[in-house]
Design a protein around this ligand. Structure first.
Ligand SMILES: *Cc1c(COP(=O)(O)O)cnc(C)c1O
Length: 374
């Protein structure tokens, strides 16, 4: 039995009727660009995130980029973030003409360590991009006062955290703005690329709307230089269908995580941790072990789609050589990149599949222990 890391075909089988109907309606209306489903999805997604506004854009990367630009981030500015993310977190900062400045992580959460942020702040610092990586909320109670003290905007990277909560509030409503991705494999994913910026600030929402649509509010009146970065009506129609299942699917992810955690009890791998007041969206279930590469190889050979998120921290990527960072600059992030392993946790996984993943991990560890003892 193969167990994929994500299973989009199973999702389609379950929702084929509704998804086909949603597509057919868009095709019949032909309102492909900023059609009625985009506005309806924006209303529904804003309400889901406990926010006043959501603005649909072409991808999560663009959501980050346009949210930062709408917050006034530009050339010469510095923006603080963590280096153990997907590269897009940093590239969105660079696309504004600003410089990403990295701060190491709290290894218990895999997210930015708020205690280290103040020492990275300079006169040029304008914003912080906390990443709710894997679906685990950042320790915002510790981070927000630092941002406030130095007058910095917070733009959440919520691309892995649709539906996660922090002190009873939805992720996406905790900063000046937040960026979501609807890449197909995310907790809420379309049939292609998509993204959204959420905010409670009407000016930020209005600026993102202008930035995604050539800088115009009135057709052919271009007030600022801007982009073409709109959420497709077809994607919005699909996302409206799937948004109705997001809470159920997130609860299933949490149940799978709870099963893993119980079944791995006593096993010498590090498991994801829970924090009082935080509700984890389990976009990924990430374990930690020093024999990560061998375990990954073993699982893949058994047909289990485990993965690494991410193998190289952003400050050591060739694309960011110009920042002048070196190996050893962010030791907690670098160690996590060597040791993290994501196990399958898609919501349509069966209990049998969960047990098979656990058995397979335990089998490897048993062999490994025998090898070490010999
Ligand atoms: C997916 C992701 C992005 C980028 O989203 P795209 O829709 O692929 O552009 C940014 N940050 C994080 C943490 C992500 O997981």
């Amino acid at each position: 039995m193969k167990i994929p890391l994500v299973d989009l075909r199973a999702q389609y089988q379950l929702l084929a009727g509704e998804m086909n109907e949603a597509l057919s309606q868009v095709l019949q209306r032909g309102d492909y660009i900023l059609g009625q489903e985009v506005a309806e999805f924006e209303r529904e997604f804003a309400s889901y995130c406990d926010c006043r506004y959501a603005v649909g854009v072409a991808s999560g990367t663009d959501a980050l980029h346009l949210a930062l630009e709408a917050c006034g981030i530009g050339p010469g500015d510095e923006v603080i973030t963590a280096p153990n993310s997907f590269v897009a977190t940093a590239s969105a900062i660079s696309f504004c003409g600003a410089r990403p400045v990295f701060v190491d992580i709290d290894p218990d959460r895999f997210t930015i360590n708020p205690d280290l942020v103040a020492s990275a702040i300079t006169e040029k610092t304008r914003a912080i991009v906390p990443i709710h990586l894997y679906g685990q909320p950042v320790d915002m109670d510790a981070l927000c006062p630092v941002a406030e003290r130095f007058g910095l905007s917070i733009v959440e990277d919520a691309c892995q955290a649709h539906g996660a909560e922090y002190n009873g509030r939805r992720i996406g409503s905790l900063g000046r703005a937040a960026a979501f991705s609807f890449y197909p494999g995310k907790n809420l994913g379309g049939c292609g690329d998509g993204g959204a910026v959420t905010t409670n600030d009407p000016e930020i929402a209005a600026r993102v709307k202008q930035l995604r649509n050539y800088g115009q509010r009135v057709k052919y009146h271009h007030e600022t230089l801007a982009y073409n970065s709109r959420l497709d009506t077809i994607q919005a129609a699909i996302l409206r269908v799937k948004l109705q299942y997001l809470d159920t699917w997130n609860r299933r992810r949490q149940a799978i995580a709870a099963s893993y955690t119980q079944l791995f009890d006593g096993c010498p791998v590090e498991l994801p941790k829970s924090f009082e007041g935080s509700s984890h969206a389990y976009h990924l279930y990430v374990i930690r072990t020093t024999s990560r590469d061998e375990l990954l190889h073993h699982l893949n050979q058994q047909g289990i789609g485990a993965g690494i998120h991410y193998p190289i921290p952003i400050h050591l990527q060739p694309a960011y050589q110009s920042l002048g960072c070196r190996a050893g600059d962010f030791p907690k992030s670098e160690a996590s990149c060597r040791e993290v392993l994501s196990l399958p946790i898609h919501p349509l996984m069966s209990d049998e599949q969960i047990e098979q993943v656990v058995l397979s991990v335990k089998k490897y560890i048993g062999q490994h222990d025998l090898m070490m003892a010999a």
